[in-house]
Design a protein around this ligand. Structure first.
Ligand code: ADP
Ligand code: MG
Length: 302
């Protein structure tokens, strides 16, 4: 690459604009894909379980589902589902593998894009890496109609990027007060710095429907006071001993214990996700991987 040339805007290089041009061409002929980013703020609230189970439940309902493990520093969707990937997104970013090469087939026909484990430096994707990933996605032989992104905990630029470029941003909270403060920090940054206004909230590990809506109510009271947001209560998943049992068996709970309360709750959420598709147009077919997202490159958050 010619280092003499001027960088036009932060992180946009000539190499990147080449990628952008190619990806833009692909985007024009891309089918519609619904992109749902799942984040939380705090780790351990159940994001990965939620992504894996919603993915399997949606696939069973007839959708072609892909899961991207965007917890690039601590990937675990594959471990959760008992899969042993040989290659990861790290290989795609290093350009030694295509995205197609790293897909691991999961339960119910879902496609999994495994993350690298323990590669700290991948927590922050550069603008070029974001573009390369988008470009690779658009070259897939069969583009899914639903893509879940399991984001890392915290507010790295990677999490912010994936939340911003998805159609729907689902934030997982739990009755644990720490999950509320961390989720607040995430939506605050996304709304004040990046003008993201709309979030869907899912309460995990609630002991009753009442506790689920109470946790959401508490959270929205605080955001209503301090932030200008549109929050949507998506529902709740019960605290259920079947979840850790399924985790121990490296299976999705909806597969291992389909009659468990949490499995039923996951299946009840599927129509919600379908409904979101018709709530607003998915312009360009691909919001995440189309021209609409090119402006979303984020500078690393210190
Ligand atoms: N609804 C639930 N009921 C009981 N335990 C749960 C539930 N959801 C998640 N867990 C447990 O919480 C732990 C963290 O879940 P995980 O999905 O890995 O969280 P995250 O991806 O947010 O870090 C797991 O050990 C899992 O068994
Ligand atoms: Mg996780």
């Amino acid at each position: 690459m010619n280092t003499e040339r001027k960088v036009v805007t932060p992180m946009i290089t000539d190499q990147a604009s080449g990628l952008r041009a190619t990806a833009g061409t692909h985007a024009l002929r891309s089918p519609r894909v619904q992109v749902i980013a799942v984040s939380s703020g705090k780790g351990g609230v159940g994001k990965t379980n939620i992504v894996a189970n919603l993915a399997v439940a949606c696939a069973r309902a007839g959708r072609h589902v892909m899961v991207m493990d965007a917890d690039l520093a601590l990937g675990n969707v594959d471990i959760l589902l008992g899969l042993a990937p040989t290659h990861t997104i790290e290989d795609v970013l290093a350009r030694t593998k295509s995205l197609e090469d790293i897909i691991v087939p999961g339960p119910a026909g879902i496609d999994i894009l495994p993350a690298a484990s323990g590669a700290q430096e991948l927590t922050h994707l550069t603008y070029e890496q974001q573009l390369h990933l988008q470009n690779e996605f658009l070259k897939l032989r069969r583009i899914p109609d639903l893509l879940f992104i399991d984001c890392a905990a915290g507010v790295s630029s990677n999490v912010l990027y994936f939340s911003l470029v998805a159609h729907d941003s689902v934030v997982v909270i739990s009755p644990d007060p720490a999950s509320l403060t961390d989720a607040y920090a995430t939506v605050k940054i996304l709304s004040t710095r990046y003008q993201q206004r709309r979030f869907r909230f899912l309460v995990n590990m609630a002991r009753s429907a009442q506790e689920g809506s109470e946790v959401f109510r508490k959270f929205s009271m605080v955001t209503d006071r301090f932030l200008d947001l549109s929050l949507d209560y998506m529902g709740w998943i019960p605290l259920d001993p079947a979840v850790p049992l399924a985790v121990a068996r490296q299976r999705a709970v909806v597969e291992a214990y389909p009659k468990a309360p949490s499995s039923r709750a996951f299946c009840r959420l599927v129509p919600h996700l379908d409904r979101w598709r018709s709530e607003r147009p998915m312009y360009g077919g691909l919001h995440l991987f189309g021209p609409a997202s090119w402006g979303a490159a984020l500078e690393p958050i210190a």
